[in-house]
Design a protein around this ligand. Structure first.
Ligand code: AMP
Length: 430
């Protein structure tokens, strides 16, 4: 990714930040700007629209908050009207809104700028009271912001800078209509910053309609695909994938594997297939109730459920990271989602494992992923895997051992855990 544009010796002053912000940064104890900060801060200060690929943990909040605050303080403000913010940050969740608001406090505390945060699930009255006073920067979740718009407690006609934070999650959570309603209330001339971990077609469409000649920046996620995750690909016909997966789970004695499928239906069918073949597996996706998802997640995390089959969207909202094993049962359509998926493996600095089952129709997707991560993914072969004779699809190349680093320690761990030591079958399940 774009880390070649970053400089390990950079400091905040060279990025163009003014004294009150340098003081706040020093108070926070930061000495070196992160790659996203190095790239984004000068662009935002120059007034550019921005399309930024960066995940939580990269320092992205400061990357937009610092320059936005500086622009607001440098510009002659129109006479302050109560409840009329000059910058608006939209976030998908309450937690993120609260976190961003805290950052605005931290980075702006040597300025007179006033931040306000509003989100749902809490009493609206204190928020209404806050809008009766000066507001410079408003951090909000879309639904609650629209409640305020309906009650005419907030006036969005003075917004000079708009930030969409974690835009992909906002779309996943169904906020697109709310976002469009909010956009319609903003002044036409303004600066727009869009941050997203992934870039689906929907995000690109939103960006195309929103951003004006945007500068683009991207940084590798915290857990970079290229560095921490041992990746391999099995080339195999679509119809044999589930057999191979069941075989791998049993043969390698995986005890905690997150398996991604492209569709909800596919997730259900795969989980049922695995269950029929003696492997406990549960599917989670948008059609499952929240309580069913939470239950599945809890047992997956505590180790009592060895396999969780998920769609990208279901997995996105879940706090499941640092897994030993991620499986792409199908490759995602969007190459960035691959990086997102495999970023869930790796525990405490140790290498995680990500395998992808790739059929001939997915070779193009694989090539796009390899371009994105700038490396060729090792091809593995499943020695000893014998596909069912009943399966009419063409036989895959399956003769030699896969990668050598197969956690034998993990195998011992597995054998010692109660209730899971099923002997691996020598033949593929039917
Ligand atoms: P974020 O990606 O914005 O959620 O930030 C992740 C964490 O990194 C937060 O706890 C920040 O306080 C911290 N952080 C942001 N910028 C820096 C920096 N330049 N140096 C050290 N820590 C930072």
């Amino acid at each position: 990714m774009n880390n070649d544009k970053t400089d390990a010796h950079a400091n905040f002053a060279t990025l163009g930040l003014a004294a009150p912000f340098l003081a706040a940064i020093a108070d926070a104890g930061y000495t070196v700007p992160t790659p996203i900060q190095q790239q984004a801060i000068p662009l935002v200060l120059a007034g550019r629209d921005l399309l930024a690929a960066a995940q939580t943990g990269t320092g992205k909040t400061a990357a937009f908050t610092l320059p936005a605050l500086q622009l607001l303080s440098a510009r002659a403000a129109h006479p302050h009207k109560a409840g009329r913010p000059r910058a608006l940050v939209l976030t998908p969740t309450r937690e993120l809104a609260a976190q961003v608001a805290e950052s605005v406090h931290t980075y702006g505390h040597h300025t007179p700028l006033v931040p306000v945060v509003v989100f749902g699930g809490v009493n609206i009255n204190p928020q209404i009271a806050a809008f009766k006073k000066r507001v410079d920067i408003l951090v909000a979740t879309p639904g609650r912001l629209l409640d305020h718009v309906r009650q005419r407690t907030v006036d969005l006609s003075g917004v000079e800078i708009l930030v969409l934070d974690e835009a992909d999650r906002m779309l996943d959570m169904g906020f697109i209509h709310d976002i469009r309603k909010i956009l319609a209330l903003l002044p036409k001339v303004r600066q727009n910053l869009l941050f997203s971990a992934t870039f689906s077609d929907d995000i690109r469409t939103l960006a195309a309609g929103l951003l004006h000649d945007p500068a683009q920046v991207e940084v590798a996620p915290r857990n970079t695909a290229a560095e921490l995750v041992e990746q391999s690909v099995y080339l195999i016909g679509q119809k044999q994938k589930r057999e191979l997966l069941a075989w791998l789970i049993q043969e390698r004695q995986w005890f905690q594997a997150l398996v991604f499928t492209r569709t909800k239906h596919g997730a259900n069918k795969l989980a049922e297939y695995l269950a029929r073949h003696g492997i406990e597996a549960v599917a989670i996706h948008g059609n499952k109730s929240q309580s069913a998802r939470t239950r599945a997640l809890t047992s997956f995390k505590d180790g009592s459920l060895p396999v969780l089959v998920a769609t990208d969207i279901a997995a996105r909202g879940l706090d499941i990271e640092q897994l030993p094993q991620v499986v792409n049962f199908e490759l995602p359509n969007v190459p960035e989602d691959y990086v997102h998926r495999i970023g869930r493996t790796g525990r405490a600095g140790a290498a995680g494992h990500a395998i992808s089952l790739v059929d001939p129709e997915e070779i193009k997707l694989l090539a796009a992923i390899e371009r994105l991560i700038r490396r060729k993914i090792a091809r593995a072969e499943a020695q000893g895997f014998v596909p069912s004779a009943a399966d009419p699809s063409p036989a895959p190349a399956v003769t030699h051992p896969p990668t050598s680093k197969r956690g034998d320690g993990r195998r011992r761990e597995q054998a010692g855990r109660s209730g899971r030591g099923r002997p691996a079958r020598k033949n593929a399940p039917r």
